[in-house]
Design a protein. Structure first.
Length: 749
């Protein structure tokens, strides 16, 4: 109970204002209190329970004079009678706060390593009852970084105060060994703890730990949805193939399919390793504890906590050990096979892609067929590169201990060839000799190599040849020395030769990986041309704001001849060919589909621009489900025109239903099966919200009563939705997406 928690915190030395606890309004101790103002609050055995919390449901009174305390205590106790609660009452000295608020030691939306602090001017009740503008601070506990979202006229706290609040939360969590909901007040930069209770809505069966160690080098900053979906698929395919290769156990491969599906994940527009699933894969190796430790060092994983929810058996590990010892000998041979196979297949794929015109009869489906062939024929072969990485690492580690000076100067290293070739072209450009042909040859061989080359949306020399000319112009005045032959340090050392061979093969496979990404990039740009001609996207490169599954769905949908509203078949531009037809007349369904695509792209552009404002955290920890951070106040104008309103998701879920706008609360209102739209709520709204599908509120934060109640009841809610009660009308059909914080009007009354 709250009273007991306050007693514990007071004894531990926390700055808790003086308080007493009474069980009746007539206790003698009330008369002995100093003559000042008090807060009179409930402390019930029903509050903050594991199964159901009644937080905010019982009566509270603030700024109570000493002479009015007994009456206030009586009113608080009466508020619990309908629940059959054994009620105690806390009488606590008021803090004349400059601002106050609520601190969650973990984000109630399920982000476990993020504290949330919401503050507003005056008393804490102003914050939870939406009586003032608020500022919300989001503090990542692993990186000690935070950002904030400020409503119009909200107060800001200094960085030192926010750090003090977060540290206070950490210490309180440590005492109670659970995440806590803490009310506080701040006066003269000093923090006072007013209440502390468990976050009863934060339940989860497992933790999902995302880490950007190493992968951030390949995917720095924001990566668009197409890249995210492609990266997820290739990691899935490669790791599945690797486990199949090492174990030879198809049953184990099937068992680990959920692991393969999430080797990487997207959060806030960025690519992360799902680190637990990497540990799950590594756990099938013999001596996995030691290998995981080495792997952490190799990738630079700073947080060494290991969580594994999958374990391989003795026989699986034995088979892996046998395979691993075999590949210590055969990996170079296997890598040579891969490199030769790629060299055979690559020209054919490039010819298919470059020769695929927009008059092809299969349109998007035909381009996706090329992608599927690449995915099925090339990607599963790539698992040997993971084995080669370990091969190169082991021999480099062993050779480096004995012959550190001999590991460098590898002859004809593949990653050096683009640089050397480019320098030759710059020298040709100075003399104006054969520049055009040399440029074309370079782009054909190395046109996909560039900064951020593993992001499909990146502009490369192949997609934008003018970038090549710009680069040469910037370098043409440089002093480019003539090439000199590399001096290689020959050694009879077995370890050095193996290390160099592993490194050389690694660089070849990385160059070929770049070419695979280049092929997929070219395929997607051709699909973008088709979608633009159909009017589904405004610009060709908007295709990168879609996912692979969305393209597949569109291709499947377009494979059927549409009918107009009369049931008469219409001629097919609708089949994704991109061919103009004088006979074609766009049906209403097609026009609506095009508008949906345009709106989707527009919303994602704004959303991903918003993600850029969120710090690039190195680690994110979630309970059960990865959720993107909502980015508020970035698309109000466009939202109205596209029938989409945005706010703060305060209780997760997704639901469609009919709107009921409530101007004034009345318990007689029938909210069954309706989505409530209102300006604000108070604790008494629990009776209206319980039978409803969900709620949309103009006011509020993720810590307001609307948020608390809806999370307890499991109802989707979005708060801080500007003008919701004015824009939406009773009878409208809307969809609440309380993961994204959006409200979409499907049908207007």
């Amino acid at each position: 109970m709250k009273a007991e928690n306050l007693r514990i915190l007071k004894e531990k030395g926390f700055p808790v204002p003086k308080f007493i606890v009474v069980e009746s309004p007539d206790e003698k101790i009330i008369n002995e209190l100093p003559d000042r103002k008090y807060a009179v609050r409930s402390s019930s055995d029903l509050e903050d329970g594991e199964q159901m919390s009644y937080a905010g449901q019982f009566h509270t009174e603030l700024n109570v004079k000493k002479s009015d305390i007994s009456a206030a205590v009586k009113r608080v106790m009466e508020s619990g009678k309908q629940y059959g609660s054994h009620m105690k009452v806390i009488i606590q000295e008021m803090v004349d706060a400059e601002y106050a608020g609520v601190l969650f030691t973990a984000n109630p939306l399920g982000i476990l390593n993020e504290s949330v602090v919401v503050i507003g001017r005056g008393l804490g009740e102003n914050v939870v009852e939406d009586r003032c503008d608020t500022t919300a601070y989001y503090y990542n506990l692993d990186d000690d970084l935070f950002y904030y979202e400020q409503q119009e006229d909200a107060v800001l706290a200094g960085n030192e105060v926010i750090k003090l609040l977060v540290d206070t939360g950490k210490r309180i969590k440590e005492i109670f060994q659970k995440d806590m909901d803490i009310e506080f007040a701040v006066k003269d930069a000093e923090v006072y703890v007013l209440q502390a209770r468990p976050i009863t809505t934060l339940s989860y069966s497992r933790r999902i730990v995302l880490d950007n160690s190493n992968i951030v080098e390949s995917y720095p900053g924001i990566s668009l949805p197409m890249t995210q979906s492609f990266v997820k698929e290739i990691y899935r395919d490669i790791f599945r193939a690797m486990v199949r290769r090492l174990t030879g156990n198809e049953e184990l491969v099937k068992k680990m399919e959920p692991v393969f599906q999430n080797m990487v994940r997207e959060a806030n527009g960025r690519v992360y390793y799902d680190i637990t699933n990497w540990y799950n894969v590594l756990s099938i190796l013999p001596f996995s504890g030691k290998i995981i430790s080495v792997w952490q060092e190799m990738l630079g994983v700073s947080n060494k906590d290991i969580s594994v929810d999958f374990k391989a058996g003795f026989f699986e590990k034995g088979h892996v050990l046998f395979s691993f010892l075999k590949y210590l000998h055969t990996t170079p041979e296997e890598m040579a096979k891969l490199n030769n196979r790629f060299s055979e297949l690559y020209p054919g794929y490039m010819e298919r892609i470059e020769g695929y015109g927009r008059k092809a009869t299969e349109g998007i489906r035909g381009l996706l067929k090329i992608y599927r062939d690449i995915e099925e024929e090339l990607i599963p072969l790539w698992d040997i590169t993971l084995v080669n990485d370990m091969y190169a690492f082991i021999y480099t580690y062993l050779a480096g201990r004995r012959h550190p000076e001999e590991i460098s100067h590898i002859k004809e290293l593949e990653s050096m060839r683009p640089v050397e070739t480019l320098n030759r072209i710059i020298r040709l450009a100075k003399k104006d000799l054969e520049y055009i042909k040399a440029k074309q040859d370079y782009i054909q061989k190395y046109g996909d190599r560039c900064l951020e080359e593993l992001k499909l949306e990146t502009r490369t020399y192949r997609t934008d040849p003018e970038l090549f000319d710009e680069y040469v112009r910037t370098r043409i005045s440089d002093d480019i020395p003539e090439e000199t032959e590399h001096k290689t340090v020959e050694s009879g050392s077995f370890l050095v030769k193996r290390a160099k061979l592993g490194i050389a093969n690694r660089e070849i496979s990385r160059m070929n990986r770049t070419r695979i990404f280049g092929m997929v990039r070219s395929i997607m740009l051709k699909i973008g041309e088709i979608l633009k001609e159909q009017g589904k996207i405004s610009e060709i490169r908007d295709v990168f704001y879609l996912t692979l599954d969305e393209l597949r769905e569109e291709a499947e949908r377009c494979s059927h001849e549409p009918e107009d509203r009369t049931g008469i078949k219409i001629d097919r531009l609708h089949d994704c060919t991109g061919i103009n037809s004088d006979r074609f007349h766009a049906c209403p369904e097609m026009i609506q589909r095009n508008e949906e695509f345009l709106i989707l792209i527009q919303e994602r552009k704004l959303r991903y621009e918003g993600f850029k404002k969120i710090p690039a955290y190195s680690r994110l920890v979630y309970g059960d489900k990865v959720v993107d951070k909502p980015v508020c106040n970035i698309c109000t104008d466009i939202a109205r025109s596209s029938e989409i309103l945005k706010g703060i998701p305060s209780s997760p879920g997704k639901v469609k239903g009919e709107v009921l706008v409530i101007e004034k609360a009345d318990q007689k209102l029938d909210t069954r099966g309706k989505i409530i739209v209102t300006r604000m709520t108070d604790p008494g709204w629990v009776f209206l919200i319980k039978p409803a599908l969900g709620i949309i509120a103009e006011k509020g934060s993720m810590l307001s009563h609307t948020a608390i109640i809806t999370r307890e009841l499991g109802k989707p809610s979005v708060v801080n939705v500007r003008d919701a009660a004015r824009v939406l009308r009773t009878g409208d059909m809307v969809e609440i997406d309380a993961y994204e914080g959006t409200v979409t009007r499907i049908w207007r009354r």
